[in-house]
Design a protein around this ligand. Sequence first.
Ligand code: HEC
Ligand code: HEC
Length: 317
Amino acid sequence: MSDFTSGFWNVYVIVLTLGSIAFCAWILIAMSKTTGQGGGAGPAGKTTDTTGHVWDEDLKEFNNPLPKWWSNLFWITIAFSIVYLILYPGLGSVKGVLGWSSAGQYEKERSEVDTRVKPLYDKFAAMELAKVAADPEARAMGERLFLNNCAQCHGSDAGGARGFPNLRDGDWLYGGEPEKIVETITGGRMGVMPALGAVLGEAGTKDVAAYVRSLSGLPQDTLRAQAGKPLFEANCSACHGADGTGMQAIGAPNLTDNVWLYGSSEATILEGIQKGRNVNVSEGTLAMPSFKETLGAAKIHLVAAYVWGLTNKPAAR
Ligand code: HEC
Ligand code: HEC
């Protein structure tokens, strides 16, 4: 309620809230004033007002005031809401005399947890990543961090999905050394593959796609693959290397290992060459977000150790 862009909405909420409470009170007062006048004989022999509705010949609907216990219950809820609005935020941007806020409570709980686990984080942060990966407690912490922050993209088993790299296959776009993994998580990554369909033309694109499939030993048109080789050298080798083994500095995948980020089908490879990958931001991109702010160095150290440990036998010491 503290992020209104104009004072109007603040006043609007206050008026609406207080207005509804006043309206409830008014209804209660008005209803309790309905006294029995005329009509038939009510309970305990009193004459009582009826609504004029009659069923089954003599079943009349009385128009009695609300029972006392019932209206008192309403008065109690009205009193409660007023006390609540005085103590807690609820009236527009009025903070309430207790000064409570959900964000404040969250911060407090978080800092309590942080002070409790900080010594543990500090201990692991000072340790070499490979040793952290060998520590069962650190691995459990890293796994929890992974499940909370990474699993939605990389899968809870880190097996990846189309466009989201598998982190347990030992094949790395950016490098699997501890410092490279830390760098990836800290800064984020977005590999950009330019659209080359226009440069290569339709036949050229098909030729080069056949050549790419041949690099991984997949069935393809041999003549097309032969024609694609020089096109690959001219248009692709700057990033994927002359032999197609990729370049980790820019995240250009190794095209010779039959491990695929997007897929090995001819259609998928053609699509990538024609339209590129991550070139058109407005069509959406697949990127690895930066966790520098959200996790901080100590937690990144732990989750990186966990990821590194998925493919490296941590030497227990
Ligand atoms: C929003 C989705 C998303 C989330 C969340 C995410 N990643 Fe990624 N990650 C990606 C994508 C996409 C790539 C590939 C980037 C590229 O192709 O340039 C990637 C790449 C990586 C790489 C590089 C892999 C390689 O082969 O070099 C590592 C390591 C990694 N992520 C670890 C993590 C960890 C650890 C977390 C959690 C702290 C995480 N990711 C959270 C989407 C995500
Ligand atoms: C400017 C550098 C650059 C050039 C030039 C380039 N690529 Fe790429 N390519 C990349 C990057 C980076 C990726 C990874 C994209 C991602 O992470 O989403 C990629 C991805 C691919 C993929 C997907 C691999 C997989 O595992 O699914 C294929 C196939 C590919 N490139 C083929 C080619 C071909 C063929 C050419 C030449 C016609 C080419 N690339 C030119 C940088 C480049």
